[in-house]
Design a protein around this ligand. Structure first.
Ligand code: SAM
Length: 291
């Protein structure tokens, strides 16, 4: 039975082990059973699933995951939490604890070893200071993924979901939407955590596309173009791309490519959809290879 997800039990565990929160690790533990149930439900976990949990803390969500999944691997950087986790998870036989920085774990090897290379589910109340590298690392590496259901800063969840024309739209929106279908499943206020974060949070589910929704002949070039376009947000797309140095073409050739795409040369990057970035990347690539 899961038993940690309320303030009293969390305080009891913290006191028993005289645990001190470490700000540098983004430690804000969940203390609301409704939110915990909502995350596990949104992740659609079944007894067939192998789940990777990033940052189990004192094991609150891990208990819910162990109840619902076939197996769980929980990766925690803070070694002071390991004896606590060994205690709070002692009644579960389907959990592996790994004391490591998630950014250093070979997740593809773990998925191969624990799940025969079949797609895994990732569930986490993420440390907010490394949300983007964790999510992009999961997508860009060769890890077979079914879905990622995570608690993130509300503002970051909004950025992942937005399309052209909104002020939150940017390189993260495009990267996430290239790999997955994002869906915010809950907004979570600061009082659901201990200690309370200074920002609002949201649970977002990213369901991996079987195939990306657009095709670019050179995916790496497309992402370089996307990053360059949003690096200098107030500049036009042509200036942003020219100044970035990632496109070995003259300003005139870049402007000609933008016109070919069907836009005026003073358009900004934030007006382009993912499909248009893919098309622009193909046009630029053609001109680069013709050099
Ligand atoms: N899952 C717990 C919960 O919901 O109560 C804790 C969530 S807390 C927001 C983030 C957790 O991630 C902390 O336990 C923290 O120590 C851990 N963490 C921070 N950086 C990490 C990293 N690079 N690799 C693995 N775990 C990390």
């Amino acid at each position: 039975m899961a038993e940690l997800g309320n303030p009293q039990n969390t305080i009891a565990v913290l006191q028993k082990y005289q645990f001190h929160f470490q700000k540098k690790f983004g430690q804000n533990f969940l203390i609301d059973p409704h939110v915990l149930e909502k995350i596990v439900e949104a992740a659609g976990i079944t007894k067939q699933d192998f789940v990777l949990e990033i940052g189990p803390g004192i094991g609150t969500m891990t208990q819910y995951l162990c109840e619902n999944a076939r197996a769980v691997a929980a990766v925690e950087i803070d070694r002071n939490l390991i004896p606590i986790l060994e205690d709070t998870l002692s009644s579960y036989e389907n959990v592996i604890l790994i004391n490591e920085d998630i950014l250093k774990v070979d997740i593809a090897a773990l998925a191969q070893e624990q799940n025969g290379g079949h797609p895994i589910k990732v569930v986490a109340n993420l440390p907010y200071y490394i949300t983007t590298p964790i999510i992009m690392g999961l997508f860009e590496s060769q890890v077979p993924i079914d879905s990622i259901t995570v608690m993130v800063q509300k503002e970051v969840a909004d950025r992942m979901q937005q399309g052209p024309g909104s002020k939150e739209y940017g390189a993260l929106s495009l990267a996430v939407q290239y790999y997955a279908r994002p869906e915010i499943v809950a907004n979570v206020p600061p009082n659901c955590f201990m200690p309370r974060p200074n920002v609002g949070s949201a649970v977002i589910r990213l369901t991996r596309h079987e195939k990306p929704p657009v095709e670019a002949a050179d995916e790496k070039l497309m992402f370089s173009i996307i990053r360059a376009s949003f690096n200098q947000r107030r500049k036009t797309l042509a200036n942003g791309l020219h100044n970035s140095g990632v496109i070995p073409l003259s300003k005139e050739q870049i402007e000609e490519s933008i016109r070919e795409l069907g836009y005026p040369v003073n358009i900004r990057g934030e007006a382009l959809s993912l499909a248009e970035f893919a098309a622009l990347s193909d046009i630029l690539r053609r001109k680069i290879t013709a050099l």
